[in-house]
Ligand binder design. Structure first.
Ligand code: IPD
Ligand code: CA
Ligand code: CA
Length: 247
C-alpha cells in the first residue's frame, strides 16, 4: 500500500480507539445549527488528534474539519477533508454505527480516502487509480440490478425542509428495490455500496466531510457517484449525493 495512505490508516485506527473506549459519562453534548445536530467532546478530541497527526504525515496539506475548521477549500492544491465522527447521533446513543472519515482532495478531485468503523474494526481505503480495499482485500460494487438491490438513504436530518422529499424519494426507490435501510452514517453507507452490500445510496444534502472519502472509495470499487441529477459532486459546499453500482 502507498506509504502515506498506510500512515493515515494507522492514525485513524488510533483515533478509533478513542471512540470505542469513550467514557460515556463525559460526552459533553452540545447543539449546533439545524435540527438535532450535536457535537461531543469526542468529535473535538478526534478532530484535534487527526489534525496533529495529519500534519506530521503531510505538513504541506491544508486541513478542513467539520468541527469549526470547515472553511477555506479551493479546487487548487491539496486538502484533507475530515469528519472526526460520522454518525454522531449514533455515537451519543451508543448505537455502534459510526466512523472516522479522512479524504485527501487534490485539485478538486478525490486522491486518497480512509473510512474506519472502530466497532467492526473495518478499515476501508482507496487511492485514485489503485482500487478500493477493506482490511487488505480488494472490494467491488455489486453486480445486481436495483430490483434485486437494497437502497440506503440518509434523511438530511439537519435540513428539515428536505424531509418530505427525502421520504418521497425513499418510497419511490423502496417500490423498485428489495428494501430500504438508514444507518445514520453517510460515510459507512458509501462504503457499503463500495463493498457490494447494497446497490444504491442517496441523500438530498450532505457536507463535503460526509463524502470526501466515501465517494472515492465507491468510484475505486467500480461504482458511480454524482448529485441527484447526475452532475459531478463538489467539495467546496454542501451537495446532494447519489451513489450506485450501475446506471
Ligand atoms: C451525518 C450522518 C448521517 C447523515 C447526515 C450527516 P454527522 O453526519 O452522516 O447519516 O444523514 O446528513 O450529517 O453529523 O453524524 O457527522
Ligand atoms: Ca458527517
Ligand atoms: Ca461528524
Amino acid at each position: 500500500m502507498d506509504n502515506e495512505l498506510n500512515q493515515i490508516c494507522e492514525l485513524v485506527r488510533k483515533c478509533g480507539e478513542l471512540i470505542k473506549n469513550a467514557n460515556r459519562d463525559e460526552l459533553q453534548i452540545d447543539s449546533k445549527a439545524g435540527h438535532a445536530n450535536f457535537v461531543t467532546e469526542y468529535d473535538k478530541r478526534v478532530q484535534d488528534m487527526l489534525k496533529a497527526g495529519l500534519k506530521e504525515i503531510a505538513a504541506d496539506v491544508k486541513f478542513i474539519g467539520e468541527e469549526g475548521e470547515a472553511q477555506g477549500f479551493s479546487d487548487k492544491g491539496r486538502f484533507f477533508i475530515v469528519d472526526p465522527i460520522d454518525g454522531t447521533t449514533n455515537f451519543i446513543k451508543d448505537y455502534h454505527m459510526s466512523c472516522i472519515s479522512v479524504g485527501l482532495i487534490e485539485d478538486g478531485k478525490g486522491s486518497k480516502a480512509v473510512v474506519y468503523n472502530p466497532y467492526l474494526d473495518e478499515m476501508f481505503y482507496a487511492a485514485k487509480g489503485l482500487g478500493a480495499y477493506c482490511n487488505g482485500k480488494r472490494i467491488h460494487v455489486s453486480n445486481q440490478p436495483l430490483e434485486n438491490g437494497i437502497v440506503l438513504f440518509g434523511t438530511s436530518p439537519y435540513n428539515a425542509e428536505l424531509s418530505e422529499k427525502s421520504f418521497e424519494t425513499a418510497y419511490a426507490y423502496f417500490k423498485k428495490a428489495l428494501d430500504i435501510r438508514r444507518s445514520g452514517s453517510a460515510a459507512l453507507d458509501l462504503c457499503s455500496i463500495a463493498a457490494g452490500r447494497a446497490e444504491l445510496y442517496f441523500e438530498l444534502i450532505l457536507s463535503p466531510w460526509d463524502y470526501a472519502a466515501g465517494a472515492l472509495i465507491v468510484e475505486e470499487a467500480g461504482g458511480i457517484v454524482s448529485d441527484m441529477d447526475g452532475n459531478p459532486i463538489v467539495y467546496d459546499r454542501p451537495c446532494p449525493v447519489l451513489a450506485r453500482n450501475m446506471d
